[in-house]
Design a protein around this ligand. Structure first.
Ligand code: HEM
Ligand SMILES: *[C@@H]1O[C@H](CO)[C@@H](O)[C@H](O)[C@H]1NC(C)=O
Ligand SMILES: *[C@@H]1O[C@H](CO)[C@@H](O)[C@H](O)[C@H]1NC(C)=O
Ligand SMILES: *[C@@H]1O[C@H](CO)[C@@H](O)[C@H](O)[C@H]1NC(C)=O
Ligand SMILES: CC(=O)N[C@H]1CO[C@H](CO)[C@@H](O)[C@@H]1O
Length: 504
């Protein structure tokens, strides 16, 4: 049974000799006292563990659902053994606070997915570094040069411009069926590339053009990074062999991706390096990186990470909110009413967003039910420590199940209903202070991109509602839209949301 499990795990057809290596290695592992955390006393409760694989057979493709179910049985803090990896998952606001606030310092290291363990790049990582000097420097730079009030102010024009292009595009395609995820992704991706490089890298119209290779590469990097079945993580002895080819595959895509901006970096580097350069000439985030003496490796790594962290998440927020809106016409009517009251201009601008309180409540409600990053990014215990009187062993992987918290009847009334009203007049916000709603996390690892991401989500949604009626193709029944999700770095719809946009 176990061999079946391991072979089914490695999706590829597979030479026999590698298999025997696996068997052999596993045998060795067995001899060398493998379940390191099984000796730890007072672990959080969890299901019984099989020898060697522990609970791997229970892991499945949807860890947010599996661990939510286990929490119902074993309580708000559970532990699982995935091969040699000890996994701890929190599923209530109290435990989330114990992890992200009380023990934030000890529980804010990272478990690095195999895909991102690239020798030449990982030393320059913002997302995957422990909270060390590299991490601090990069976060500070992003905070001041990308997410500060001043930087955001100068981004609003760019953002409005990209969304204007989307609206024009949809108008041209009026009556045709549109894959919303595609066009929203392209729009948000271009927003980010304009902030970073001062130019668009994708084209809404260019469905098969050359730059689609870039989109595909970023998507695939995200897919590799979000792999649930990562055998090297479960059995560190096997890690170096990269049996599933995850590390190699990701590096190939990384290299492909870097080519897309190589010449832009060279061009700007020459400018910034020239004797006539002065700081006022800086036009984009890249110029700031160059002024700060960043090497090509540093630039490539940071920029890819921003794409990986910032495009799929925002797109997924928008698409889930749109899905709920298609299902809930009464909510759309209220947003439209609010807009008729508050918006007098033709197109919506940033400065008007703060007046749209019902729209904001709708976005919170969508993020409650569909947190784009349902388990946060994996944290790691830097040292053994205690949470809720249980022991979290050193190097355990620590997750917070936002998805479970959003659907918990002890936390929310009627949790499965979509009711933006619950946030009207409520102080609950997603800024990391209210532990029942943490789409961006909380504490030192909290998402630095929140202000930028939220601005995009609000502006795209507001504009699409303001400008168009949305209709399902072929007279589809909104109540029958499936809500199936697919787990990855961002939780996305399993099936694309296809809509026809009709100009109002
Ligand atoms: C709606 C959109 C977004 C959501 C829901 C979101 C959510 C998150 C979450 C849950 C984390 C992990 C927190 C943790 O591990 O405790 C995170 C980390 C991060 N996010 Fe976002 N994010 C969004 C948009 C963005 C954008 C637009 C950017 C940048 C352009 C960005 C950059 C990052 C980075 C760099 C990290 C890693 C921070 C660290 O490890 O210290 N995110 N995000
Ligand atoms: C920070 O952590 C990363 C990964 O853990 C490492 O590669 C990098 O060298 C560290 N930086 C410093 C300054 O220690
Ligand atoms: C930047 O300028 C320095 C000296 O002014 C020069 O040695 C170096 O090669 C330049 N680098 C690039 C990439 O142009
Ligand atoms: C942990 O144990 C202490 C002392 O045994 C007790 O006072 C406290 O209530 C416990 N905390 C939790 C969260 O169970
Ligand atoms: C919402 C969204 O853009 N999802 C994309 C995220 O990346 C994956 C790759 O794993 C794509 O397949 C999704 O379409």
């Amino acid at each position: 049974m176990m061999m079946d499990y391991i072979t089914s795990f490695l999706d590829l057809p597979f030479p026999l000799f590698v298999l025997s290596t696996v068997v052999f290695l596993i045998f060795i592992v067995k001899q060398t006292k493998l379940l390191s955390s099984s000796n730890v006393k007072n672990l959080p409760p969890g299901p019984p563990k099989l020898p060697i694989i522990g609970n791997l057979h229970q892991a499945g493709d949807k860890p947010h659902v599996v661990t939510a179910d286990l929490a119902k049985q074993y309580g708000p803090l559970i532990s699982l053994q995935l091969g040699q990896q000890c996994l701890v998952v929190a599923s209530t606001p109290e435990v989330a606070m114990a992890i992200l606030k009380t023990q934030d310092r000890l529980l804010s290291s990272r478990v690095v997915p195999n895909a991102f363990q690239q020798e030449s790049l990982i030393p320059h990582s913002l997302i995957w570094s422990d909270c060390n000097q590299t991490w601090k420097t990069l976060r500070t730079l992003c905070r001041t040069e990308m997410f500060s009030a001043k930087a955001l102010g100068s981004q609003s024009r760019l953002r409005e411009e990209k969304i204007g292009k989307l609206l024009d595009f949809l108008q041209q395609k009026e009556g045709q069926t549109i894959n919303t995820e595609d066009v929203v992704f392209t729009t948000l991706f271009n927003t980010l590339t304009s902030i970073i490089f001062g130019q668009d890298l994708l084209d809404l119209k260019d469905e098969h053009g050359a730059l689609d290779g870039l989109k595909e590469s970023i998507h695939k990097i995200i897919e590799y990074g979000g792999r649930v079945k990562d055998i090297g993580a479960f059995f560190p002895v096997l890690d170096r062999f990269d049996l599933q080819g995850i590390r190699k595959g990701t590096m190939r895509l990384y290299k492909k991706t870097f080519v897309y901006w190589k010449h832009i970096v060279e061009e700007r580097r020459a400018l910034v390096n020239s004797s006539t350069w002065s700081s006022e000439q800086a036009e984009c985030f890249l110029d700031r990186l160059l002024e700060n003496g960043f090497s090509n490796d540093q630039i490539d790594q940071l920029i890819t990470e921003l794409f990986v962290a910032g495009t799929n998440t925002t797109t997924s927020s928008v698409v889930w909110a749109m899905t709920e809106l298609v299902k809930h016409k009464e909510v759309v009517s209220k947003i439209v009413e609010e807009m008729e009251r508050e918006i007098k201009s033709d197109r919506i601008t940033h400065s008007q967003l703060s007046k749209l309180t019902y729209l904001q409540a709708t976005i919170k409600e969508a993020m409650r039910l569909h947190p784009p990053v349902p388990l946060l990014l994996p944290h790691r215990a830097a040292e053994t420590c205690e949470v809720m009187n249980y022991t979290i062993p050193k190097d355990a992987k620590v997750l917070v199940n936002l998805w479970a918290m959003g659907r918990d009847p002890n936390v929310w009334d009627d949790p499965l209903s979509f009711k933006p009203e619950r946030f009207i007049g409520s102080k609950i916000d997603y800024k990391g202070q209210d532990f029942e709603l943490l789409p961006f996390g909380s504490g030192r690892r909290m998402c630095p991109g929140l202000p930028s991401g939220m601005m995009s989500v609000e502006l795209v949604l507001a504009s699409l509602i303001h400008e168009f009626d949305w209709v399902l193709p072929d007279g589809g029944d909104p109540l029958k839209i499936d809500m199936n999700d697919k787990f990855g770095i961002a939780l996305k719809r399993e099936n694309p949301l296809k809509l026809i946009f009709k100009h109002k």
